[in-house]
Each structure stands twice: as C-alpha cells, then as structure tokens.
Design a protein around this ligand. Structure first.
Ligand code: AMP
Length: 373
C-alpha cells in the first residue's frame, strides 16, 4: 500500500469498498478494490480469481485494465485504471443528458469491440449490464466486472450455471435453464443494453424468471418451433406453454424506439431467440448500422457524467442497492444471484400462459413494459 496515496471511496461492490488512490511513483489515478482473504483455508473468493485471471489475459481498449494485484495485511488489493462513471448513470440522467443516436452508436461500438475481444479469447462475460460498462475521464468505454466470467468452448466443460446476469439482461435459453450455452448469452444482454440506451429505461424489467420470459415474448412475439428449434427440449420449457403472440413489425419497433431501420434490424439480431443464429459481436460490428450515418460520436465528445463516482457514495451502493423498484436482480442477493423458482413464478403469475401440469389457463393480459410488484 505504501506506493499508493489513498483517496475517497468510489463505491461499494460485492467484496467491499473501492477507493480512489494516486500511484506515488507515477502520479496516475487508480481505483483500488480491497478483497478480504478470509481464513487461510478459505483462500481467495473464486469470483476474485476469475476477475484477475480474465483481466490479465484480456488487454483491450474496451476492457478495464487491471494494473496490479498485491496482498497487504490479510487483504488482497486489485488496482484498476480509474474510471469516472458508468453507462447506467448516463442512461438515468435524463434531466441533464441528451443521448443522440450517434452517441448510442459509439457506446454500442465500444461494448461490441470489448465483447468481441472477450469472445476471441473464449471468455463469456456473463454479467453485461449498464453499470458494468464503465466510462473514463476522456470518454473511454470499458467492460468491467469479470467476476462472473467463464471460459467456454471446451468439450470437457459443457455444463454451466444458469444463475448468471442480472435478470433483465438474461437470455431466454438461461431463463429456460439451459446449462449448455455460449457467448450468445452476452449478445442478448448487449441487445438489452442497446434497447435501454434508446428508451432511457430498462426495456424488459421482469420480477422473476417466468415474468421475464413473458415480457420477452410479449415484446418480441412467442417463438415458434421454426424460429427456435429445440426450445421445447430445454429443462423448464416443457412446464409451461406460452400463449402465441405475433412478433412486432419493424414499423412498430421503430415507433417504440424512435430510431432508424438499421438500428431495429441490429436490435432484432441481438434478440434472436435461437442462440445459434443470434448475431456475434464480430458480425454486429460489420452491420450496416455502423456503416451508415450518423457516424459514432468520438469518445472525447460523448456526454460527461454530471455526478462522478464517489460523489454519490452511499446512494448507489454498488449493484443497485437501495433501488428496490429498479433492481435488475429483483432485490436478490448478489449479481444475478438466487432467483425465485420457475414454478413459484407460475404460481404467482397472471400472464397469458398455460401451466401444463394443472391445465390451468392464465389469460390476464400483461401490461406492456410495466414492472409488477
Ligand atoms: P464492483 O465491485 O466492481 O461492483 O465496483 C463497485 C463500485 O466501485 C462501482 O459501482 C464503482 O462505483 C466503483 N468502481 C469499480 N471499479 C472502478 C474503477 N475502475 N474506477 C472507478 N470506480 C470504480
């Protein structure tokens, strides 16, 4: 610690405080995350190990830089490049920040470049959401928080947990409990972030996994066997039959998002039900949307956050704490942590779906986009 001059607290994460510091040797500002190592036999939390492993491998302009890791007094300190805010803060600050379509394009380009780098290294991020996309003092845009990351693509390691991502960004195959999945889950989440940038609010804010699926089908149409072959064989997909809902037209989506046809086409490709046909990050970067005008805003000209990290410490408290009505984890413990069970969701639901075990029919129309309590 003697190399760093400690500054104010920037925020609170899963492991504890993150504070600003100055590297006395270089004068560079950094953010330091302090992780308690616990008792000797417990060792370091697996999430911290993942974060260190992946960030050491991934060195890219759109991925947060892990500068140093060192132990000090039974704690482990992770030193990152200093960032001033995150995308969630920009999206929410409607009173002070106007987001132009060129700004949204720049954010999406940076997110996709970051994801493409992860996927080239066979790393899934598994927690893509606006507050894990950090913004630097010069307008840099970087993916952060790789604690849920995982290597994919190995034939020996095919079963993954489905309890990843905050729910609002969770792909339908995860919501149907598929333990076999790939980088396509990150692309679904990228689509949800794109929608949120355009709407300036989360598009599909479900309160449980079943409601999340209902919101998705209500917004995008119930997938047919042709659109998503194999959906019915997913673990929880046989437990409910969703009422057929027609897919929206591009025109109605354009009205909702107030954007051009290229943006809607790209959005639909991110939100393709069949993960094997969902657009990849590399493909998305070559989409017409990025070639046609307007050009993405250059980073230096992107909107500046009105309240940088640290100045609102205690209010945001990390991952949505203190924002129960807008918590993408549904007020649950941890990042995409324990979810309300699927069957419990059925019991409480009032959506247009049928429960196959009881033959009960639920027909109440879901209010479009409205979160239920
Ligand atoms: P995390 O533990 O990664 O969820 O981070 C918790 C909080 O610490 C975030 O919400 C930010 O307020 C702050 N933070 C994390 N990383 C950085 C960084 N590189 N630069 C500035 N603040 C950060």
């Amino acid at each position: 610690m003697e190399n760093y001059e400690k500054g104010p607290t920037l925020g609170e994460g899963t492991f504890g405080r993150v504070f600003r510091a100055k590297d006395k040797r270089t004068g560079r500002l950094v953010a330091i995350k302090k992780i308690r190592m616990g008792k000797a036999k417990e060792g370091v939390n697996v999430t911290a190990i993942r974060e260190i492993k992946f960030l050491k491998e991934l060195q890219h302009k759109n991925v947060i830089e892990l500068i140093d890791v060192f132990p000090h007094k039974r704690n482990l300190y992770l030193v990152y490049e200093y960032m001033t805010s995150d995308l969630e803060a920009i999206i929410k600050d409607k009173a002070n920040i106007r987001l132009k379509s060129a700004d949204i394009k720049a954010y999406m380009q940076a997110i996709l470049e970051g994801l493409a780098a992860c996927h080239r290294y066979w790393i899934m991020h598994r927690d893509v959401k606006p507050n894990n996309i950090l913004l630097g003092p010069e307008g840099q845009v970087k993916l952060a928080d790789f604690g849920a990351g995982r290597v994919f693509g190995s034939p020996n390691d095919r079963k993954f947990t489905t309890q990843v991502f905050a729910r609002w960004y969770r792909a339908p195959e995860l919501l149907f409990d598929s333990q076999v999945y790939s980088s396509a889950v990150d692309m679904w989440a990228a689509g949800c972030v794109f929608a949120e940038l355009m709407l300036r609010r989360p598009w599909l804010p479900g309160n449980n996994d079943l409601e999340q699926l209902s919101l998705i089908f209500d917004a995008l149409g119930t997938p047919t066997e042709e659109q998503w072959p194999g959906m019915k064989s997913l673990p929880t997909a046989s437990q409910v039959i969703f009422k057929p809902i027609a897919a929206p037209t591009s025109v109605s989506l354009r009205q909702l998002f107030r954007c051009d046809a290229d943006a809607i086409d790209l959005l639909q490709q991110f939100l393709c039900f069949d993960p094997s046909r969902r657009i990849t990050a590399e493909q998305a970067l070559k989409h017409e949307y990025f070639r046609n005008s307007p050009k993405p805003t250059s980073f230096g000209d992107l909107p500046k956050p009105t309240v940088p990290f640290g100045e609102q410490a205690g209010e945001r408290g990390g991952d949505g704490a203190g924002m129960a009505d807008t918590d993408p984890n549904g007020g649950e413990n941890g990042k995409g942590g324990v979810t309300e069970s699927f069957l419990e969701g059925i019991r409480r639901s009032s959506f247009p779906l049928f429960h196959t075990k009881t033959n009960k029919v639920f027909t109440t129309k879901l209010r479009a986009g409205a979160p239920r309590c």
